[in-house]
Design a protein around this ligand. Structure first.
Ligand code: ADP
Ligand code: DP6
Ligand code: CO
Length: 351
């Protein structure tokens, strides 16, 4: 059997200005622009391998060792776009094998909890699309390919870039200008670090896709967020990154996390992504900043209870002195806590 292979890994990205709301569900066009930091460490990644060949009979996706349905429209949309771009290449060079006509087998592993609010859909669809683009030897830019990843999962478009990334919502109805762009590379702000506090690795009750659709439909607060709050913050946050203005970046990050979770609470029926431990972490972060009378730490929570903390390297000891005392550290980076209710482990990530 003749088979052609490609593999790639993709990192997660954690939004500091949240995407929450679609203006077009099929094309995955957002109601607002967003910003994220890509976490470059090996601890939170998707590894995806793809293969194609004339003898394969079906498209197949194996996720974390289990065959998943490939019927989902969003995955099909990604495959359709990728095949179309490959077809254009084949049309321009008759010697190329006809990958665009063959089925694909996709095997993917996340080395962190799936669907727990740690951006598995971001790393997952970024890896899927980039692996196939690599297999197909597509010449398009990362921003162009990000539009295809966006159709898989909105947040995935940002995982194609390292460092600080913006997803520009765009104005067009066909999505041709809704893409990810780099705000600054990782090396721009080498002192920035992130730590993840895994409060729960369980699958969330409300997936991001359905959660945000209910918010758009039912929340009045959401309208204000999209009309006024986020557009203002989008410009301020990009500026804070370019100027390495840590106190401003930190404040905007915390406020935007709170604003996003407030719209979840304003959704009807309400959606609760944060739990009591999450709230304890928020309180602790504000206590730490008040204690030192400076911004030591910024928190953000995606659609799940797990915390991502941003801080500057020089303040690491100040932050973890409090974290370890509060959460009763036992040993090492992989730290077990005494109660199920508390974070299961802390890991450090260079951003
Ligand atoms: P999360 O907060 O982890 O991003 P979502 O609700 O947004 O959670 O998305 C979870 C879904 O993303 C999974 O149920 C699965 O369909 C998809 N997904 C996660 N990882 C991958 C992967 N590696 N490859 C393809 N799809 C993935
Ligand atoms: C809270 O990108 O997972 O993490 O586009 O429906 O797949 P779909 O949603 P998804 O939503 C992410 C929501 C968020 C904020 C963010 O990443 O910007
Ligand atoms: Co997601």
């Amino acid at each position: 059997m003749t088979l052609y292979f490609a593999s790639t890994t993709a990192p997660v990205n954690i939004a500091t200005l949240k995407y929450w709301g679609k203006r077009d569900k099929d094309l995955n066009l957002p109601t607002n622009s967003s910003i994220s930091v890509t976490l470059a460490q090996d601890d939170l990644r998707t590894l995806t391998s793809v293969c194609t060949g004339p003898e394969l009979t079906d498209d197949k996706l194996v996720l974390n060792g289990k065959e998943e349905s490939l019927a989902s429209e969003r995955t099909q949309n990604c495959l359709k776009d990728l095949r179309q771009l490959r077809k254009e290449l084949e049309n321009s060079d008759a010697k190329l094998p006809k990958f665009s006509e063959w089925k694909l087998t996709i095997v993917s592993e996340n080395n962190f909890p799936t669907a727990a609010g740690l951006a598995s859909s971001a790393a997952g669809f970024a890896a899927l699309v980039v692996a196939i683009a690599k297999l197909y030897q597509l010449p398009q830019s990362l921003s162009e390919i990000s539009k295809i990843a966006r159709k898989g999962s909105g947040s995935a478009c940002r995982s194609l870039f390292g460092g600080y990334v913006a997803w520009e919502m765009g104005n067009e109805t066909d999505g041709s200008d809704s893409k990810a762009v780099e705000v600054a590379p990782m090396a721009h702000w080498p002192d920035m670090k992130a730590a993840i506090l895994v409060v729960s690795a369980s699958k969330k009750d409300t997936p991001s896709t359905s959660g945000m659709q209910l918010t758009v439909k039912t929340s009045d607060l959401f309208k204000e967020r999209v009309r006024d709050v986020v557009p203002r913050r989008f410009e301020e946050m990009k500026k804070s990154i370019r100027e390495k203005n840590w106190p401003l970046f930190a404040e905007l990050t915390m406020k935007d996390s709170n604003s996003f979770h407030a719209t979840c609470l304003d959704t009807f029926p309400p959606i609760f992504y944060m739990n009591d431990t999450s709230k304890k972490i928020i309180k602790l972060c504000h206590q730490i900043n008040a204690f030192y009378n400076e911004t030591v730490v910024a928190y953000t929570f995606d659609a799940g209870p797990n915390a991502v903390l941003y801080y500057l390297k020089e303040n690491e000891h100040k932050l973890f002195a409090f974290i370890y005392r509060t959460f009763n550290k036992v040993s090492g980076w992989e730290t077990k806590f005494s109660s199920d209710e508390l974070a299961q482990f802390i890991k450090h990530f260079d951003t």
